[in-house]
Design a protein around this ligand. Structure first.
Ligand code: TTP
Ligand code: MG
Length: 355
């Protein structure tokens, strides 16, 4: 039997901010953009649990957050702080895992099948992990323990903040049945909406659909995922991955803009900040992606993969701007992002010839 643990930090960005600024403690804290008295732009990245009492949530427009919680403290994200903190936490987690898969800045899967051997010992390991993260990083986390990644992740979310939730093989059905389909990793708002239109809201509802029906409606891979997830089945392995997946920056304009100079200058600035982080990471990237969000919120990404890896600023600027010119529509832009990924540790050649 496998024993898989999912560890997820509580209100991660907000908790890092509270640790650095004890004066924020006990007050609603929103990390995201400056609300500018209700006229600001951008969205909430996250907020602490005090702010959640007012209904504030991740991904909500900052103006809406401000309406719900005008007296909250609003801060902009400090990514280097979260990245450094995350790296130290992953180091702690690695000690306890046979295999560790970093799934995001604040979450990881641990395969502890061999080292724990039983759910009882796995719980003790989870308690040790929580204690060490609290002592060393002054942060709390929630832990889910089960027989696969799918259920472990649902379990870590079940008793937030600070909970440890164990779901054994026999308990899976009762645990997942009442949950909303959105709790399945891979089910986003679109799939959720489509299922809702079919009268499916909970995992119990979902389990009533046949594999054939699901594949007809959602295609092979999503259909198969939905069919298996509704039964608590997930055979995917915990995959050791130590590399950072991507590095990048994005910016929401003060006012939606179609001023091409302003957009290009912003790409330059975002590229510079991105390269600073790339140099710190000592990595070389092959793929460059830009993200464009239009004023009506439609969002597109466009990528180009180079022949050889680089960490060159000019290359990034040129390719990002080329992607922009090629794909931009005649509409006002709300947000723009620059991101690099597909990393390797070796540089081959630092020159523009590769473009
Ligand atoms: P989550 O783990 O989803 O959220 P959280 O840690 O803030 O809160 P919870 O206690 O419910 O786990 O995401 C981790 C971080 O990722 C979060 O602190 C901020 C960032 N994030 C965004 O920037 N935008 C988003 O829409 C979400 C969901 C998260
Ligand atoms: Mg979290």
């Amino acid at each position: 039997m496998r024993i898989i643990m999912h560890v997820d930090l509580d209100a991660f960005y907000a908790s890092c901010e509270e640790r650095e600024h004890p004066e924020y403690k006990g007050k609603p804290l929103i990390v995201g953009a400056d609300p500018k008295g209700g006229t600001g732009r951008g969205v909430v990245a996250t907020c602490n649990y005090e702010a959640r009492k007012y209904g504030v949530r991740s991904a909500m427009p900052i103006t809406r957050a401000y309406k719900l919680c005008p007296n909250g403290i609003y801060v902009r994200p400090n990514f280097p702080l979260y990245e450094e903190t995350s790296a130290r936490i992953m180091k702690i987690l690695r000690k306890y895992a046979d295999k560790l898969e970093i799934a995001g800045l604040d979450e990881a899967y641990l395969d502890v099948s061999r080292s724990a051997g039983s759910f009882k010992i796995a719980k003790e390991i989870a308690e040790k992990i929580k204690k060490e993260i609290l002592e060393k990083e002054k942060l709390t986390c929630s832990v889910g323990i089960s027989v696969n990644k799918l259920i472990a992740k649902m379990a870590s979310d079940f008793q937030k903040p600070g909970g440890i939730t164990i779901v054994t093989e026999n308990e899976i059905k009762d645990f997942i049945n009442p949950l909303g389909v959105r709790k399945i990793l891979g089910v986003g708002p679109k799939t959720e909406q489509k299922l809702k239109e079919m009268g499916i809201e909970t995992i119990k509802d979902l389990a009533k659909l046949s594999k054939k029906q699901l594949i007809e409606e959602f295609g092979n891979s999503m259909g198969d995922l939905l069919y298996k997830s509704a039964r608590g089945i997930d055979e995917s392995e915990v995959i050791e991955e130590q590399e950072i997946k991507s590095i990048g920056r994005e910016y929401t304009f003060e006012k939606d803009t179609d001023n091409i100079d302003e957009i290009l200058n912003t790409i330059d600035k975002l590229s510079e900040e991105t390269i600073e982080d790339v140099l710190k990471s000592k990595l070389f990237f092959k793929t460059i992606t830009i993200k464009l969000r239009y004023h009506y919120f439609e969002t597109h990404t466009f990528s180009k993969t180079l022949d050889i890896p680089t960490n060159d600023l000019e290359t990034l600027k040129i390719v990002a701007k080329e992607l922009l010119r090629k794909h931009i529509k005649d509409e006002k832009i709300r947000l723009i992002g620059v991101r690099v990924h597909n990393f390797s540790e070796k540089e081959v050649q630092k020159s523009l010839k590769m473009i």
